[in-house]
Design a protein. Structure first.
Length: 271
């Protein structure tokens, strides 16, 4: 089955400083022909990283470039390798073109409607490849202009998801591919900010160590420092339908997230 979409694969704003913020899971668009194959639950795209553009609304003030996905991760997951290889071998994960939700329920109403190789290739060509090409292009531009580049991969997730982790997830989950994707000094600075955030919990390279984007593009030896932040959605929004943004709740965590981004810029701009 061929794949087509009328939506562009991303939105992009170019900044003035050596920082790119990537938001690969905020997209909610599902082409109508595909949406018709999904369950009613799946059409609500519950596993979206909701409202991150609003949470990171200070990005322009910081001079950051911003790359934002438009399509739902149910169409294709931009933070997975193009071959669909597992990022966490031995653990439960969702795939490049998922077939189930985070709650382990089927996405497709009829098992005969699961995506086949041709359709997966079409989704990859239409959405995955353009997003990653733009990401690499912007990091190269930043590096050429500033001599160094930082990539911040912004994510959020429900705070309790038994399929993936026990109990409640820490609020601020920093991932640097076990130290491979950014300078350890920067990682420790960011962890210090997370741990000093009163009322929130933080961890470095815990359950979430950074996905394909962090692992693929982070290269501190070449002056490209990549960090993933996986936040609990309870820190800023309603975790169940209708998934509302909660400004008074978000106001508590937003200054800490901004301080992390400021620390990233302080680190790379002195290099």
């Amino acid at each position: 089955m061929a794949f087509s979409t009328t939506e562009p694969p991303f939105r992009f704003r170019q900044g003035t400083r050596p920082l790119l913020i990537s938001m690969p899971h905020v997209g909610t668009h599902v082409p109508p022909a595909l949406a018709a194959r999904l369950t009613e639950e799946a059409r609500h795209v519950p596993d979206t990283d909701w409202h991150l553009e609003q949470l990171y609304d200070f990005a322009d003030e910081l001079g950051a470039s911003v790359l934002v996905a438009t399509h739902s991760r149910y169409v294709i997951d931009l933070n997975r390798p193009p071959d669909g290889a597992s990022l966490y071998p031995g653990q439960s994960v969702t795939g490049l073109c998922p077939v189930d939700t985070f709650d382990d329920t089927p996405l497709y109403a009829d098992p005969k409607d699961l995506p086949v190789d041709e359709e997966i290739a079409g989704r990859r060509d239409a959405i995955w490849r353009p997003y990653h090409a733009k990401l690499a292009e912007e990091l190269a531009r930043i590096k050429a202009a500033h001599g160094v580049a930082a990539l911040w991969d912004a994510h959020s997730i429900r705070s309790v998801l038994p399929r993936f982790f026990e109990g409640k997830l820490p609020d601020l989950n920093l991932g640097t591919a076990n130290g491979a994707s950014c300078d350890p000094e920067l990682a420790q600075t960011l962890l210090g900010i997370a741990k000093d955030a009163t009322g929130y919990t933080g961890v470095l390279n815990g359950r979430f160590k950074g996905g394909h984007i962090t692992r693929q593009h982070g290269n501190p030896a070449a002056g490209v420092h990549a960090v993933q932040l996986e936040m609990t959605q309870s820190s800023y929004m309603q975790e169940a339908l209708p998934f509302d943004y909660l400004p008074e709740v978000a106001a508590g965590v937003k200054p800490h997230v901004r301080r992390m981004l400021e620390a990233v810029l302080e680190f790379v701009e002195r290099k």
